[in-house]
Design a protein around this ligand. Structure first.
Ligand code: BG6
Length: 529
């Protein structure tokens, strides 16, 4: 809004022309219930770069409810007109987005802005009035989705202010549901995560809370469950009898960018491991739920977190490699060292890379190591999960083929060039008995033309539909912190912190120490090499 917007009457009229969202053969049958989507932190980076684009694309493809409006809420003073201009610019800057005049006119007529003044006793009272008026005028149920696109240190205050303005209430004052979407990080360690959860739950029940891990919303990550549980041939071998080890690699080419203030306190373990890496591990390691329902799926992921073997913090060197990028060269030229990035301390000991050997102590996985690796400024952007199977039990070809043969390897490429590849041995054509490793490849592009749904589109869609499958439950957050907090404490308080941080050149695959550790285990990295 501005609540004082002169175009208020016209602006709050519902928009009617929506098309059906086509995602291959998986069309969305029923759009979600009418609602207001409130983006808090509307002028910030996340809102402008990711959310509005996702909302616009959903709108163009019929993924938003038939009757909806969007309110951008933030501290800078703005009119709704000013906000619309900001969003139009952001969509243009993002490129690749066709902003047709007609679609933009319809979309922007549903965009409003509300200035938040945190200095007043009730910063969200104006927003509450605007929502209440608009719901009445449009005769729509008072369903509200609040997306917190703000730095995590503002979560508690904002949730409290929403609560005090009765915006969290359901069917009491406002006649409709109220949901809140919270981005990671959920806390800085176990204690702060528990504190945050308590504050949120003072106003929102667990089923009103949507904690995002955007990796879970990636199409290829969701497919892990279909691949494992909708096919008969993989589950029988998906265990310690047949699997030698699992590698999970999330390599990025980007450096810390403009996020140093956050990253300096987070580092790669909090930024990638506490959430994305452990969630990927859970998708690979979990048992089949009895039915594909949010809580049943989340129960199974949580059981994996409960089975994580406590990390050997007294022998960190055997199971963990931490690194930080030094200056290097990439395809776009010279890249500065992490310590020389803007707003980074010159003596920073923040890790930008980590490789950890993790064990899941249960019947299925006992004795199978999971190698988790993630870093910034690596050679390529690749997220890939590799399952290496055991060698054949008996090599009947040993007389003609003295060398050992490469075991089967299943690679699940999460991004980019999404695909699944199975490597196996085949006879090389010819009179002599020779084997050669070959692959069977499935590329997503071969069954789907056009873009896959972006993770943020999926997240918004599921929040609107009230589906929690891809979101993280409080217990899950706390279990991940319980696993990670002792590691963080050991790393951050050890005497040889500097020596334990291995430098690697920007644009490489990380510190050589990683290969030493893998070689000692008789293994090598497949993903991304
Ligand atoms: C975010 C991290 O959660 O995930 C970032 O905070 C990281 O540091 C990003 O770059 C990676 O996400 P994606 O989808 O680009 O692999």
């Amino acid at each position: 809004m501005d609540a004082h917007d002169s175009t208020h009457e016209k602006d709050t009229a519902p928009v009617k022309n929506v098309t059906v969202l086509e995602t291959g053969t998986c069309d969305i049958e029923a759009p979600s219930a009418p609602c207001a989507i409130v983006v808090i932190g509307a002028c910030g980076d996340l809102a402008r770069r990711k959310l509005v684009r996702a909302l616009y694309r959903l709108f163009c493809n019929g993924g938003l409810p038939l009757d909806f409006f969007i309110v951008g809420a933030d501290i800078p003073e703005k009119t709704s007109e000013g906000y619309r201009n900001l969003i139009k610019e952001s969509l243009r800057d993002l490129g690749g987005e066709e902003v047709s005049e007609e679609a933009w006119r319809n979309f922007s007529s549903q965009l409003h802005y509300c200035t938040i003044d945190p200095e007043t006793g009730s910063p969200y009272a104006l927003l509450a009035d605007f929502l209440s008026d608009t719901f009445k005028k449009r005769e729509m149920p008072a369903n509200r989705l609040f997306y917190l696109a703000v730095p995590p240190d503002r979560y508690v205050d904002i949730i409290g202010d929403l609560g005090k303005a009765s915006l969290a209430s359901e069917y009491d004052g406002f006649n409709g549901w109220s949901r809140v979407v919270i981005e990671k990080p959920f806390g800085h360690d176990l204690a702060s995560a528990q504190q945050l959860n308590n504050s949120v739950q003072e106003f929102f029940r667990e089923d009103q809370i949507f904690r995002i891990d955007h990796y879970l919303a990636k199409e290829t990550v969701q497919n892990i469950l279909m691949f494992r549980f909708a096919n008969a041939i993989f589950e029988p071998v998906w265990n310690r009898r047949y699997i030698d080890h699992v590698q999970i690699m999330a390599a990025e080419t980007l450096g810390v960018e403009h996020r140093a203030v956050y990253y300096e306190h987070a580092g790669v373990l909090r930024d990638m491991f506490q959430n994305h890496m452990l969630q990927l591990l859970a998708m690979i390691a979990m048992e089949p739920p009895s039915i594909f329902e949010a809580d049943r799926v989340r129960d199974e992921r949580i059981k994996v977190f409960r089975s994580l073997r406590p990390f050997p913090v007294d022998q960190l060197d055997d199971s963990l490699v931490l690194g930080q990028y030094a200056a290097g060269r990439g395809p776009k030229g010279e890249m500065p060292a992490y310590c020389d990035e803007p707003q980074v301390d010159n003596d920073s000991l923040t890790p930008t890379f980590a490789m950890a050997k993790v064990w899941v102590d249960n019947w299925r996985w006992h004795g199978v190591p999971f190698y988790l690796c993630s870093g910034k400024r690596m050679t390529e952007k690749i997220t890939e999960i590799t399952i290496q199977f055991k060698e054949v039990p008996y090599l009947m070809f040993r007389k003609v083929l003295p060398e050992t043969i490469q075991p089967n390897i299943l690679s699940i490429r999460i991004q980019p060039n999404e695909r699944i590849t199975m490597a196996f041995q085949a006879k090389s054509p010819g009179a002599k008995i020779c084997l050669q490793p070959v692959t069977m490849d499935f590329h997503y592009a071969s069954i789907h033309e056009g873009n896959l749904l972006d993770a943020y589109e999926t997240v918004i869609l599921d929040c609107l539909l009230g589906d929690h499958t891809l979101f993280v439950r409080q217990e899950g957050v706390e279990l991940c912190w319980s696993f990670l907090s002792p590691i963080l404490e050991a790393c951050e308080t050890c005497d040889n912190r500097r020596q334990a941080l291995h430098l690697y050149r920007a644009g490489t695959w990380g510190p050589p120490r990683v290969d030493e550790l893998m070689n000692r285990d008789g293994r090598t990295w497949h993903a991304a090499r």
